[in-house]
Design a protein around this ligand. Structure first.
Ligand code: NAD
Ligand code: UGA
Length: 459
């Protein structure tokens, strides 16, 4: 079976970049990405490629190449479902905020809505691909909805989780370590293999059963996050023993059995997925009464929460136990560099902690808007929106944030921060001039020579 038309439901951080690359590499396949969010679709269609709704290095060139040729963005979900041979579901699967499993289980309402819509509209056989990250055995529920509410056509379900990381989405998609496809029907699996084979070597395309594929996605994120929490736990030990966490990372990472990646200590991991997916794993384990397994993985989250509050506490303690009315400049708000995504960013929680102590925060992030920053703080519900706007200012010129500040906190590892004129910054700051580097980004020697009091995680 040769796929001619692909539809993807969900034009977010995964659907947009993934489908853009599939279209780029398969010029003979028509790819349509649909979303209910009209503003998002309008932004994907904007002539000005710098206004795409997702900021990813290199994405503008990919979209520029394929859009209008065989890549389309639309809000007409029914039409796109009707015409496709293969439908990717790439909608959000956030942590539930209500009812059973609140705060842990994945909320599958958007997935179910997609399944019901596909079933209602489809008049020919379809391959339905789970691209969203889902609890293990979701395909079973999907199949039941499709078969029971559909028009008698055949649906084959595949699991094809996405492993791209934000900030490097395009290079990850162009050159994936592996593509994972889980399924039961050999012909459907082969159809999807052929889409990826347009640019991914065959030996990197792994095929498994549905449940292994669904579970592997949760496990991959859990292992990655576990490494960050492990090194962050060690960072606290380094601070009291005189060891340096970067040196420890290098020393252990050179062991090829351990490996060097994902050993960078930080203010804590963020992003839309690590926490959500581990909580989901914990919930699944508890559902099967596997409490030791659940407790083990939950600790990765608890340590991450500890790391964020420990950083905020360090700031308060170092600044003579009071930050009330003091100006603290935040460099960075995104959860990592090279993305405009702020979901679960450590910056949000550190800010919230400091705002409880009545600090004045001035934020500069090269890619995140003021609107987004206020939205993130308002969402916590810790204080009123007016109060958040009174205590937090957002600027588009970093030097404005730093001028007159009592302290600087580095929350995101944007490269540009390293190249700032630190001598001028020092002159404009209050004394003592504190720098709290949550990313171990800046040069301790340079800053100390300029007279800063410099603290970095794990040193
Ligand atoms: P997102 O919120 O950026 O995008 C999801 C989109 O789906 C939204 O634009 C929303 O409007 C749309 N949508 C929801 N219901 C819809 C419906 N019924 N019809 C049409 N559109 C609908 O989310 P995301 O970051 O792209 O993540 C999507 C999935 O991929 C999640 O399951 C996530 O865990 C997984 N994932 C994300 C990443 C990542 O880096 N963000 C990486 C790998 C996997
Ligand atoms: C992560 C995974 O890396 C992807 O494989 C996966 O597809 C994705 O989640 C997902 O399912 O959403 P992402 O969250 O975009 O990707 O970015 P990462 O590079 O993994 O970083 C996550 C967080 O961990 C960031 O806050 C980052 O700063 C932090 N981190 C990462 C560290 O603090 N130290 C490290 O050594 C690595």
């Amino acid at each position: 079976m040769k796929i001619k038309k692909i539809t993807c439901i969900g034009a977010g951080y995964v659907g947009g970049p993934t489908m853009s690359v599939i279209a780029q590499k398969n010029p003979n396949v028509e790819v349509t990405v649909v979303d209910l969010n009209e503003a998002r679709i309008a932004a994907w269609n904007d002539d000005d490629l710098s206004l795409l709704p997702v900021y990813e290095p290199g994405l503008d060139a990919v979209v520029g190449e394929a859009r209008g040729r065989n890549l389309f963005f639309s809000t007409d979900v029914d039409k796109a479902i009707d015409e496709a041979d293969m439908i990717f579901i790439s909608v959000n699967t956030p942590t539930k905020t209500y009812g059973k499993g609140k705060g842990q289980a994945a909320d599958l309402k958007y997935i179910e809505l997609c399944a019901r819509q596909i079933a209602a509209v489809a008049k020919s056989d379809k391959i339905v691909v789970e691209k969203s990250t889902l609890p293990v055995r979701t395909a079973e529920a999907l199949k039941s909805i499709l078969d029971n509410t559909g028009n008698g056509v055949n649906f084959h379900i595949l699991s094809n989780p996405e492993f791209l990381a934000e900030g490097t989405a395009v290079t990850d998609l162009h050159n994936p370590d592996r593509v994972l496809i889980g399924g039961e029907d050999a012909e459907a699996i082969e159809a999807l293999v052929q889409v990826y084979e347009a640019w991914v070597p065959r030996e990197r395309i792994l095929t498994t059963n549905l449940w292994s594929s669904e579970l592997s996605k949760l496990v991959a994120n859990a292992f990655l996050a576990q490494r960050v929490s492990s090194i962050n736990a060690i960072s606290e030990l380094c601070e009291v023993t005189g060891a340096n966490v970067d040196e420890v990372s290098r020393a252990i990472g050179q062991d090829s059995r351990i490996g060097a990646k994902f050993l960078k200590a930080s203010v804590g991991f963020g992003g839309s997925c690590f926490q959500k997916d581990i909580l989901n794993l914990v919930y699944i384990a508890r559902t099967y009464n596997l409490h030791a397994v659940a407790d083990y993985w939950e600790q990765v989250i608890l340590l991450n929460d500890h790391q964020k509050s420990r950083f905020a506490e360090k700031i308060i303690k170092t600044m003579y136990n009071t930050v009330n009315g003091k100006q603290i400049a935040f460099l960075g708000w995104a959860f990592k560099k090279d993305t405009n995504d702020t979901r679960e960013s450590a910056a949000i929680y550190v800010a919230d902690h400091l705002l409880e102590e009545e600090a004045n925060i001035i934020v500069y992030d090269p890619k995140v808007s003021a609107e987004q920053i206020y939205k993130d703080l308002d969402y916590l519900g810790t204080r009123s929106p007016e109060e958040n706007r009174r205590l937090v200012k957002v600027v588009t010129d970093p030097y404005e944030a730093l001028d007159g500040a009592h302290a600087i906190a580095v929350l995101t590892e944007w490269d540009e921060f390293k190249g700032y004129d630190w001598e001028t910054i020092k002159e404009g700051m209050k004394r003592p001039s504190f720098v709290f580097d949550g990313r171990k980004l800046l040069d301790r020697k340079q800053l100390e020579e300029l007279g800063f009091s410099y603290y970095a995680i794990g040193e």
